[in-house]
Write a protein that binds this ligand. Structure first.
Ligand code: ATP
Length: 472
């Protein structure tokens, strides 16, 4: 069973010897260090399955290393290496949670056996943790907020897809979380300890995208002043996320196809064929089938990318997630901006649920961020959230597309404008008077009963504008 292993010993010869023994048949990923003080940093950057540590080292002893590791991740197996003279301490270490100990000088078979056992134990720990998390209902993908049926289905798809090596095409409207999902797939895959490299094909100019992806050698074109490593090389062993894949130019489509099919590519200015071991995830908000029909996107590339398709629902398709998303962003930005905001008022929540979200979660996040910045009290109110161009109110007369209006029959155009005007007028005046119909009627010079009728006819909820108690 292959694993990620760290060997710590202040004697460099010992590190070489153990690495050689462990690099036999099983392809472990092995890190070594002769300085135990580097352990905290290494633990931050890597997830080790097994750590072999010497017991007696000048900077830090093996028991201290053990405690550090266990505090970081209790399911990492720690094996203590010790000379006969200190065997008592090694036994003590196993009481403190070490997996086992090995006495020096050791036989090759003994090391291989203990490491193998430790990896199996670690594997079981991970499986148990996974099952426990599922049983306890702990979210599998904590970064992906939403518990609507659509989101739950998506999370279960991600979970199944993550463990495979298959190429994934993520589709969905802008701001639905495509990059977030790509990251979730990577972080639940076997490549999670390797790099996740995103590249946005729509923002990188055509002239440099090849060099960005594949790199170049010095002097291969004007301006290539030194060798440049490409993102493909950086992603080797890990995941490459190709965002807005529909914008990739035809020449690059061919080169990408070769990389996908054969795992091969060439650095600009070099004739050597290089190999890459990469998991590909692509995303688009375009209809690629349409682009194929127009001859703008290669069909063979589409089929290579679309091995598994994950389609992300828009907010329209999961409005029940709006409250949980809003609360999530409220907490996030309250912490970020050092504000003590306890929750949203009922009106604010109604407002968020009522308005349209063409920019999906990204737009909701922006509105909440702005709201947190603007809020004066400890409860977020409607007034903190609405922006002049937010979709909450009907389009203003000034911004209505005139061609549309003038292409309608006169009466219909007049009715439409009248309808827009009345809804907008009522909304504004009620907003100004916090939903108090008598005061709003007085200011607008209308009879209270008439204003009531207009409110009913135009389906404006006057109570939405009332200052109310927080709901959380
Ligand atoms: N389900 C979600 N839970 C929490 N945050 C989310 C969710 N979906 C999206 N977001 C947030 O919304 C923002 C936009 O998400 P992301 O960039 O992944 O969208 P996208 O679909 O890739 O957008 P685009 O197509 O415009 O590139 C990010 O800040 C992301 O963290």
């Amino acid at each position: 069973m292959p694993g990620k292993i760290l060997v710590i010993d202040d004697e460099k010869d010992m590190l070489v010897l153990i690495t050689r023994i462990l690099s036999g048949k099983t392809p472990h990923a092995i890190d070594t260090t002769d300085d135990p003080l580097r352990v905290p940093d290494l633990l931050k950057k890597n997830r080790y399955d097994v750590i072999l540590t010497d017991l007696k080292m000048p900077q830090l002893n093996g028991i201290e290393v053990l405690e550090m590791v266990k505090e970081h991740d209790a399911s990492t197996a720690v094996i203590i290496m010790t000379a006969y003279g200190t065997i008592e301490s090694a036994i003590e270490a196993t009481r403190k949670g070490a997996f086992d100990y090995i006495t020096k000088p050791f036989r090759k078979e003994r090391i291989l056996h203990v490491v193998d056992q430790a990896l199996k134990w670690r594997h079981m720990q991970k499986e148990n943790l996974y099952l426990r998390e599922q049983l306890e209902g702990k979210p599998l993908f904590p970064a992906l907020i939403g518990n609507s049926i659509a989101m739950e289905r998506l999370k279960s798809q991600i979970d199944r897809v993550a463990k495979t090596a298959a190429t994934v095409l993520i589709t969905g409207e802008s701001g639905t979380g495509k990059e977030l999902v790509a990251r979730a797939i990577h972080s639940h895959s076997l490549r999670k300890d390797k790099a996740f490299i995103p590249i946005d094909c729509s923002t990188i100019p055509e002239s440099i995208i090849e060099s960005e992806l594949f790199g170049h050698v010095k002097g291969s074109f004007t301006g290539a002043l030194k060798d440049k490593k490409g993102l493909v090389e950086e992603a080797n062993g890990g995941t490459l996320f190709l965002d807005e894949i529909g914008d990739l130019n035809p020449t690059m489509q061919v080169k990408l196809l070769r990389l996908l099919q054969e795992g091969e590519y060439k650095v600009i200015g070099s004739n050597t064929i290089r190999k890459a071991d990469i998991r590909f995830i692509a995303a688009t908000n375009q209809n690629l089938q349409e682009r194929i029909k127009k001859g703008e996107f290669r069909e063979d590339l589409f089929y290579r990318l679309n091995v598994i398709n994950l389609h992300l629902p828009s907010i329209r398709q999961r409005p029940e997630d709006i409250p949980i998303l809003a609360r999530h962003f409220l907490e996030k930005y309250s912490v970020l901006y050092n504000k003590n905001i306890k929750g949203l008022s009922r009106n604010a929540l109604e407002y968020l649920s009522r308005r349209e979200w063409p920019g999906n979660v990204r737009e909701l996040e922006n509105v909440m961020e702005r709201g947190v910045i603007m809020a004066l009290g400890d409860i977020l109110e409607v007034g903190d959230l609405s922006t002049p161009d937010s979709g909450s109110s009907p389009p203003s007369l000034a911004t209505m597309p005139t061609e549309d209006i003038f292409s309608l029959p006169f009466k219909e155009a007049k009715d439409r404008l009248m309808e827009e005007f009345q809804t907008q007028y009522i909304t504004k005046v009620l907003e100004k008077h916090s939903g108090n119909v008598s005061q709003a009627a007085k200011e607008s010079g209308l009879k209270r009963q008439y204003l009531h009728r207009l409110i009913r006819d135009h389906k404006v909820e006057s109570k939405t504008f009332r200052k109310s108690e927080p709901i959380e």
